[in-house]
Design a binder for this molecule. Structure first.
Ligand code: ADP
Ligand code: MG
Length: 598
């Protein structure tokens, strides 16, 4: 039984599998690409792929494309007799890939790893899984497209610790992801993007240029001519990969219109799009709390990344050469294939950890003093938090002797909760006290499967909890998730070994004076900040450095005892007796700097 990896794209989809230690792509109608297009032919039935794409222009009313954009919504496509949802259309694409794979592998395909954009929300992810189920595929785990690209990069460039920026420029969307790879972990730190910025927009800009050159108004063209011009524009754009100049020609209103396209012209045409891309870079670097120099490598992914002008723009923007891993539109599928390989050799699965981010802010509605009718969102888990994420906050009553507190849970970035997406609610009793004196602690825990667990605990120690998941869970599953959540809820700082470490620091602190005491306070503060940062790399750094510093303190304490017994106590740099040498102080100063840089 084979496991395959699938890049279910907006424009094109691909399938990959793992064989003898390497990834192989599954042949489709256009080389390795299966256009994500579904069509209906009267009397014949449904078509998927290149044959359906051919019919986009002559039969637009019986053809559906770019439906991935509407995944998770109730949008309907009428194809012949039937009304299809984006989920059903995606299922048809997946089924076609499954069929091609089985034909090619001469083996039944039962399971698939499917990639989705990092920003896909719960509904979009669960609809993708449902589509797979309709297509007869078992899907345990969806992986994010940038994580797949990072996997592909690591196979090519080795598994050194690196910070990557994945630039995925497809047919309809641009997705930027800031990804950190360390040890066996691939962590998405931040995502940014525009889901209306892609190859289609470049085609549109080229078409407008063609009209300008020929004094045409695009509204004057018939629908057919407009479609033809769009196709012509895409062909001219793609031709620049092979030649310097591409000629365009269109017959309209009894005359032949012409224009020619070259790299410089295209660069100019794309300027407004590049300005948008630049803004997205600013956005993601701010969200990741980084800068251009913090990126080790920029990886170009997606069909539109094949454009020489895009590479040129990125080179100028970042001042370094972007990495191209073979054909840019195959990278995500390649990574999915690597993951399918990991999956097949089950024992290795724990070796590779893909951590995801929460694409939206999750929070609860709280009273707004300025306007009592409009509650505002108090964020609990911020957008781009690494998953699994857990956060606790205390909320107080707003009325005197209020009996209970109702916790309403929302997802979104809007200030007023009315504009965010309502997810669910729970109610908990509180102590009868004047306003602001009774409280509840609320904890949000969000895991990599997109399941949100909210727990409230009042001052009497009573608990209420709710699990918010898109699919309805059975009692047994609910129980299992709750147990797993409890493990995640243990923050790094609460782990017994870290608590013990902090206790040691405090003991040294209590037993010291003066400058040494300050130094230990500074150390403890940094370790605590690192442990509660919520960022894996910082946590790991705090754990390692903490242990190192403790060892140093222990050593100096031992030394002190020796000195004491030898009766040779010397004056240290603090003017008092201290066994820390100047070098040790300088050493710590430098280590602090390094620590803060992390
Ligand atoms: P998606 O991820 O959106 O499904 P792809 O990554 O396959 O899509 O990218 C599709 C886009 O790539 C289309 O807009 C197409 O015009 C563009 N494209 C494909 N080949 C080339 C090329 N050689 N030069 C420029 N653009 C290309
Ligand atoms: Mg893609």
């Amino acid at each position: 039984m084979a496991v395959i990896g699938i890049d279910l794209g907006t424009t094109n989809s691909l399938g990959a599998y793992w064989k003898d230690g390497a990834v192989c792509l599954i042949p489709m109608d256009e080389g390795f690409l299966l256009p994500s297009v579904v069509g209906y032919v009267e009397g014949e039935g449904y078509l998927v792929g290149a044959a359906a794409k051919e019919r986009l222009i002559p039969c637009p009313e019986d053809t559906a494309a770019s439906f991935k954009r509407f995944m998770g919504t109730a949008k309907e496509y009428r194809l012949g007799e039937r009304v299809c949802t984006p989920m059903e259309l995606s299922a048809m694409v997946l089924e076609q890939i499954k069929r091609n794979a089985e034909f090619f592998l001469k083996e039944e395909v039962e399971e698939a790893i499917i990639t989705v954009p990092a920003y896909f929300n719960d509904k979009q992810r669960s609809d993708t899984k449902k589509a797979a189920r309709i297509a007869g595929l078992k899907v345990d785990r969806l992986i994010n497209e940038p994580s797949a690209a990072a996997l592909a990069y690591r196979r090519e460039y080795g598994e050194e610790d690196k910070t990557l920026l994945v630039f995925d420029f497809g047919g309809g969307t641009l997705d930027l992801s800031y990804v950190e790879c360390f040890d066996n972990v691939i962590e998405i730190i931040a995502v940014a993007g525009d889901n209306h910025l892609g190859g289609d927009d470049i085609d549109q800009a080229v078409a407008e240029y063609f009209c300008r050159e020929n004094g045409l108004l695009s509204e004057e063209l018939t629908r057919e001519e407009q479609a033809k011009l769009k196709k012509l524009s895409e062909e001219a754009k793609c031709a620049l990969a092979e030649k310097d100049e591409a000629a365009m020609e269109l017959e309209t209103g009894g005359r032949v219109c012409r224009a020619s396209l070259n790299e410089d012209r295209l660069f100019e045409i794309c300027m407004p799009l590049f300005a948008k891309i630049r803004q997205l870079f600013i956005h993601i670097l701010e969200d990741a709390d980084s800068r251009v120099s913090g990126i080790d490598d920029l990886i170009m992914v997606g069909g539109s990344s094949k454009l020489g002008v895009v590479k040129r723009f990125l080179r100028e923007l970042l001042g370094k050469e972007p990495i191209v891993l073979g054909e840019t539109d195959r990278v995500v599928a390649f990574g999915a294939g690597v993951y399918a390989g990991i999956r097949q050799r089950r024992e290795e699965i724990r070796d590779m950890l893909l951590t995801d981010v929460c694409p939206f802010t999750l929070g609860i509605g709280v009273n707004n003093r300025a306007n009592r009718d409009k509650n505002i969102l108090s964020p609990m888990i911020e957008r781009n938090s690494t998953l699994p994420a857990s956060h606790r906050d205390r909320f107080v009553t707003v009325c005197d002797y209020q009996k209970e507190i109702r916790i309403r849970i929302y997802q979104g970035e809007e200030y007023y909760v009315d504009d965010d997406v309502f997810l669910g609610e729970l109610t908990i009793e509180v102590a009868l006290k004047p306003a602001g004196q009774a409280w509840v602690d609320v904890r949000f825990t969000y895991d990599i499967n997109g399941i949100l667990h909210v727990m409230a605990e009042n001052e009497m120690g009573e608990r209420r909890q709710i699990l918010l998941a898109n699919q309805t869970l059975s009692e047994a599953e609910l129980e299992r998730y709750t147990r797993e959540m409890e493990k995640i809820m243990l923050l790094p700082i609460q782990k017994p070994e870290n608590q013990e470490m902090l206790a040691c620091f405090l003991e040294y602190y209590e037993n010291s004076t003066g400058q040494k005491r300050e130094m230990i306070a500074a150390m403890t503060g940094r370790i605590m900040a690192g442990l509660s940062s919520g960022r894996k790399k910082a946590v790991r750094n705090a754990e390692e450095t903490g242990r190192m510093w403790l060892a140093e303190l222990r050593r100096s304490a031992d030394m002190r005892e020796e000195i004491l017994f030898d009766g040779e106590l010397k004056a240290g740099p603090g003017g008092e007796f201290d066994e820390f040498s100047e070098d040790t102080w300088d050493g710590f100063d430098k280590e602090f700097e390094e620590f803060d840089e992390e």
